[in-house]
Structure formats: C-alpha cells, structure tokens
Design a protein around this ligand. Structure first.
Ligand code: NAD
Ligand code: DAU
Length: 344
C-alpha cells in the first residue's frame, strides 16, 4: 500500500507514521506537511532516511502542489491529519481554522477524485458532537449523535466532516471518518493540557487550570488511535463514521494533580484561571461500532500510558524545550498573560 499522510509532522500524524512503518514495512509512506508552528521536522528525524518514506513540505490548500504530489506518487490512500487543532487558538483567530480544516479538506478530496484514489480518510474529533452534561454519566456520543459544535475549531471540523459525507454521496468518493476522543502520548505539542502541565511543572511554573477544573475529557493513548485508523483504512466501510475512544473519563483537575504527584511537585503550583469561552463540559465516546465491526479495543491503560508519557517528556527535554523557548512563547503570553486568576 502507498499512503499519503497529511499533517504527519504533528502529534498524532507522526505517531501514525511510526506505527505504519513499524507494522507495515512493505508500505510506502509519504508525509505532506506545511510545518506550521505545530509541525516539527525533528520529530520525523528517525525515519527521514528510510527508502520507503518521503517528506514533502506543502499546504493542503495548495491545489497545484497536492495535484503534483498525487500525480507523482499515485497513492492508494490519503489520511488527513493536517489541521489547526487547538481550541484556544480558534478563539483568538477562527479564519485559519476554516481555511485549513474545511478548504484544505475540500482540496484533498478534489484531488482524490481527480486521481481516482481508492480511500480518503478524514481524522475528525469527538468535539463535533458538542458536549455532555456532568450529571448524566449514562450518556455517550454514538455515531448517530447530532453534530452540535461549541468552538470555531469544532465547527470547522464538523464542516469538514459534512463535506466528506457529501463528497461520498454526491461524487462517490470512497471516504471514511474517525471521530476520536482526547489523545495523549509522545510528541504532543506543549500548548495542550497534559504536555503543558508536565513542562510547566518541571520548570516550577504555575499550572493554569481553566475555571474549577471539573470539565471531563475521555483520554486515549495515541498509539491506540493510530491502530484504529490503520484498521479503518484497511477494513472500514466507505461512507461510514467510526467513533474511537477507550472509556477513560477524567476531570482536568485530577489529571493535573496526578502529574504533580508523579513529578514530585507541590499542588500549590496549581492556579485556577479564567475559563475558556464556550468551554465544553464533558466528552465521552461510545466505541461499540468500531469494536463490533473491526475488533478494535484500546490496549494501553491510562495508568501505564500516563507514566510512559511523563517518562518520554523527562527523556526528551530538548524536543519540548526548543518549542517553549521560541515563537510559541508569544502565544503563551497572549493566552495566559492577561488571564484573570480566580480566587481559591
Ligand atoms: P497537531 O496540531 O499536533 O498537528 C497538526 C499538523 O498539521 C502539524 O504538523 C501542522 O504543521 C500540519 N498542518 C497544519 N496546517 C496545515 C496545512 N494547511 N497543510 C499541511 N499541513 C498542515 O494536531 P494533532 O493533535 O496531531 O491532530 C491531528 C488531527 O487529529 C487533527 O485533524 C485533529 O483535529 C484530530 N484530532 C486530534 C485529537 C487530539 O487529542 N490531539 C483528537 C481527535 C482528533
Ligand atoms: O476531544 C478531542 C480534541 O481534544 C481534539 O479534537 C483537539 O484537537 C485537542 O486539542 C483536544 O481538545 P481539548 O480542548 O479537549 O484539549 P486541550 O488539551 O486544549 O484541553 C483539555 C482540557 O483542559 C479542556 O477542558 C481545557 C483544559 N485546559 C487546557 C489548557 C491548555 C486547562 O484547564 N488549562 C490549560 O492550560
């Protein structure tokens, strides 16, 4: 199989490339990535010289570049991870989210149709379903849950999903969609909750919890997500949506306390700051369909996954220290500098 992975220099895309090269050494993997602030070529260093791997720097919105690459490589499948992925940034600047997440998806699908590509896979998110109330632990997102978004990020991802389903129905594009819950693991950009808290704690900096920290996320180790996508592109049915999640719901404040404990840092580092606008309360995935149809189950328990992740950040300090010493700090100042600190 020859597969183009867009956004492969980011968190999940890079883990997916490692997974594919390890599990399917006979496959050829081509990574197309614009290298935005979130893309990091050093992440792919260990595979750069493999004969069955190629990296191309390009924007998924650039029709000519995508056309040229599809013409050269004639891939069997395209897996689209490329996106603006951070909710807080979408509140600061929604435009780039629509550009990349919606129009970029359209460009990729147009080129898949033009080149007769056998499978297009859209990596989507559970955030397209909106949120669930904290007092209804019996409710979960299924593939039939209506789309109901809260942030410009989730609205852009939902827009892309609807377009994918429309391209399938109208033009017969052989497309699948996966909607996964929150991932964690190596190479997670330190603007997101878990790596940000690990990096700040290691530097004895304040740990900024939004509001009371009672919001719940459903955490999945990144390798389990990669296995799910691998299964879907090989055995999933075109036109179908697959939810991916491991029934591992945790409150933000409990995650941050756990990180303090694991690193031997005092909880007095925790500060409660002004809440995220439109902040979703709870995400919780029902993964019955992917289990029943494709036999997928998560393999990494949270207790093990979080230890592996913390170990990785301890062992790979230069990877994240380079990030937090550069341009990213301008964003950090903008996001947290003027944020009101809540009492208590
Ligand atoms: P990330 O921000 O770490 O990486 C995104 C990558 O896309 C970067 O390498 C970036 O350079 C690249 N990119 C951005 N715009 C591009 C463009 N216009 N053209 C080409 N490349 C571009 O994101 P992530 O956390 O790895 O998420 C990957 C995908 O998975 C996204 O589509 C996201 O919506 C989805 N997702 C993420 C999670 C999560 O918990 N992180 C959960 C479910 C779904
Ligand atoms: O559910 C899947 C989604 O998970 C993906 O689609 C997104 O791409 C990914 O970024 C993630 O979105 P979240 O908004 O859930 O992740 P984030 O790490 O930004 O925040 C997790 C929770 O932690 C959320 O409730 C907000 C809170 N938070 C986050 C940050 C960065 C804090 O309390 N403090 C912080 O500094």
């Amino acid at each position: 199989m020859k597969i183009i992975v867009t956004g492969g220099a980011g968190f999940i895309g890079s883990n997916f490339i490692f997974h594919m090269l390890r599990e399917h050494p006979e496959d050829r993997v081509i990574c197309l990535d614009k290298l935005t602030y979130a893309g990091n070529l050093s992440t792919l260093e260990s595979v750069m010289d493999r004969p069955n791997f190629r990296f191309v720097r390009a924007d998924i919105c650039d029709r000519e570049a995508v056309d040229q690459l599809f013409h050269e490589e004639k891939p069997d499948a395209v897996v689209n991870f490329a996106a603006e992925s951070h909710v807080d940034r979408s509140i600061l600047n929604p435009g780039i989210f629509l550009q990349t997440n919606v129009l970029g998806t359209q460009t990729l699908m147009d080129m898949c149709l033009r080149h007769g590509i056998g499978r297009y896979h859209q990596v989507s998110t559970d955030e397209v379903y909106g949120d669930l109330p904290l007092d209804r632990p019996d409710l979960f997102f299924t593939e039939e849950t209506p789309i109901h978004t809260s942030s410009p990020y989730s609205a852009s991802k939902a827009g892309a999903d609807l377009l994918v389903l429309a391209y399938h129905r109208t033009f017969g594009l052989p497309a699948t969609i996966s909607r996964c819950s929150n991932n964690y693991g190596p190479y997670h950009f330190p603007e997101k909750l878990i790596p940000l808290m690990i990096a700040n704690a290691l530097n004895d900096k304040p740990l900024p919890v939004y509001g009371e920290g009672k919001n719940v996320r459903d955490w999945l180790y990144v390798e389990d997500h990669c296995r799910a996508i691998d299964l879907i592109i090989r055995r999933g049915r075109a036109g179908e949506v697959y939810n991916v999640g491991g029934h591992n719901e945790m409150r933000n404040i409990d995650i941050v306390r756990l990180i303090c404990r694991e690193l031997g840092k005092p909880e007095s580092l925790i500060v409660h700051v002004e809440d995220r606008k439109g902040h979703d309360m709870r995400y919780a995935i029902d993964p019955t369909k992917i289990h029943r149809e494709l036999g997928w189950l998560p393999e990494t328990k949270f207790a093990d996954g979080i230890q592996k992740t913390i170990r990785w950040y301890l062992d790979n300090r230069q990877w994240w220290e380079k990030i937090i010493s550069g341009e990213y700090m301008n964003y950090y100042e903008k996001m947290y500098g003027s944020r009101e600190i809540l009492p208590g």
